[in-house]
Design a protein around this ligand. Structure first.
Ligand SMILES: Cc1cc2nc3c(=O)[nH]c(=O)nc-3n(C[C@H](O)[C@H](O)[C@H](O)COP(=O)(O)O)c2cc1C
Length: 399
């Protein structure tokens, strides 16, 4: 690394950008890549905070060496054991065998099982402090944000929170590392998509963590992915608060599964009536074309959700099955749901959507149109009734 990335005169970003990987966790698309952030605190004692995914390890080791020079690392702080952050631990341990590994009681069993490391451990618990000299590291447990062992590290002299995956984002750090150096408009969708898909299931633990950290005087938030927050701290905290309370705006996400266009026609008809009835923010997705991560991200934004599927071999169309499985698994709360479908004989799509409605326990709209082969006038009347029910409910909720 030719440029050292200073955060303060003694703290450095030594992370890496990954523009090669297509799918994060082998599932979530990365159109704008992802950064793995790691930090070094240079003091009487030297501490490294988190590591990077092993695929970018060579760059990472160069980055570390350009900051450390001949010095050795004294501590490695592990806020989170997921392999995109722990993947380089074994290499660091080989390089700095004296280095103490700092984690909590849930960190170390994972460290042993993943990497066979069981020596030189320093266990910390809630409220413990590690003194590096000028820098004091304070540890807070934030379980299930988004793993059981997750903790955060607060450097109290500079007001810097090393937050692990909390406040993270997809997207590489292109030329800058701070929020005010980067184009946040360009990254906006990647910030919310990271929250909704990676952290989104854990609304309650996120709320608990926000309450716990609310007393800290934060000057910077250094997450393990995405920008370092220093100019928009209040904004990102407000967003996390809103998202983790499942608060949404007036609007409706329509998702359809359609092979030959009949179910799609119904979706378009419903959208038209929604807009006519004053709902401006309408987003339509084809479940076979759009990855669930983008649909889930929209569902985290808007209160209304309308799902429609054709019947397929006695059941629902597979791409819609994938989406509703994921919604159920994530247990997203507080939406208004409408469902519709199409069939040519015994059906299957709408039946499955009705089962989903029971399981997810969202408020539902009464009209549930189901066309036989192609939608006809009476089906479009039902589509209008569904749109009207949704629009009225949304207008009522946001008046
Ligand atoms: C491979 C295949 C399997 C189907 N399976 C069923 C079924 O099990 N039950 C049913 O009622 N209709 C079934 N259909 C018919 C479609 O669900 C129906 O024609 C529907 O209107 C298609 O909607 P679309 O034009 O949006 O794709 C099937 C159609 C295809 C092509």
């Amino acid at each position: 690394m030719h440029n050292k990335n200073n955060i303060t005169d003694k703290i450095f970003w030594v992370g890496t950008n990954d523009r090669k990987t297509h799918l994060f966790e082998n599932y979530w698309p990365l159109p704008k890549g992802v950064a793995y952030n790691s930090y070094i605190i240079m003091d009487e004692k030297v501490a490294i905070v988190d590591t990077v995914e092993r695929g970018t390890m060579e760059t990472y080791i160069d980055n570390i060496e350009s900051v450390l020079g001949d010095r050795k690392a004294d501590y490695l702080i592990i806020n989170h054991m997921e392999p995109d952050h722990s993947g380089s631990i074994r290499t660091l341990v080989e390089r700095y065998p004296e280095m103490k590994i700092v984690g909590n009681k849930k960190t170390f069993p994972m460290l042993e099982r993943f990497y066979g490391i069981k020596n030189n451990l320093l266990e910390v618990k809630e409220g413990d402090q590690l003194d590096l000299g000028l820098h004091k590291l304070n540890f807070y447990m934030v379980p299930m944000l988004h793993w059981p062992e997750t903790m955060v590290t607060f450097e109290s002299n500079n007001g810097i929170l090393f937050s692990g995956d909390a406040f993270g984002a997809f997207g590489t750090l292109d030329g800058g590392i701070f929020d005010d150096e980067l184009d946040l408009e360009y990254l906006e969708e990647e910030i919310s998509r990271y929250y909704s898909n990676i952290v989104g299931k854990y609304g309650r633990p996120t709320q608990n963590a926000l309450a716990k950290l609310s007393g800290l005087d934060l000057k910077m938030i250094c997450a393990t992915h995405g920008p370092i927050w220093r100019s928009h701290i209040d904004d990102i905290i407000a967003k996390y608060d809103k998202w983790s309370k499942y608060q949404t705006d007036e609007g409706c996400v329509i998702v359809y599964a359609s092979m030959y266009g009949n179910t799609e026609k119904m979706a378009d008809n419903i959208a038209r009536h929604l807009v006519k009835k004053g709902i401006k923010k309408v987003r339509i997705h084809d479940s076979s074309k759009t990855h669930p991560s983008y649909i889930i991200n929209d569902i985290f934004k808007y209160r209304g959700v309308i799902l429609g599927s054709c019947a397929y071999n006695g059941d629902i169309f597979p791409s819609m099955e994938t989406l509703i499985n994921e919604l159920e698994h994530m247990a997203i709360k507080d939406h208004v749901l409408g469902v519709f479908g199409s069939k040519s004989w015994g059906g299957g799509g709408l039946k499955r959507l009705n089962k989903f409605a029971e399981a997810i326990k969202w408020e539902t709209i009464e009209a549930t149109p189901e066309a036989l082969c192609a939608p006809h006038a009476e089906d479009f009347d039902q589509c209008e009734a569904l749109a009207e029910g949704m629009a009225n409910r949304l207008k009522d909720l946001y008046k």
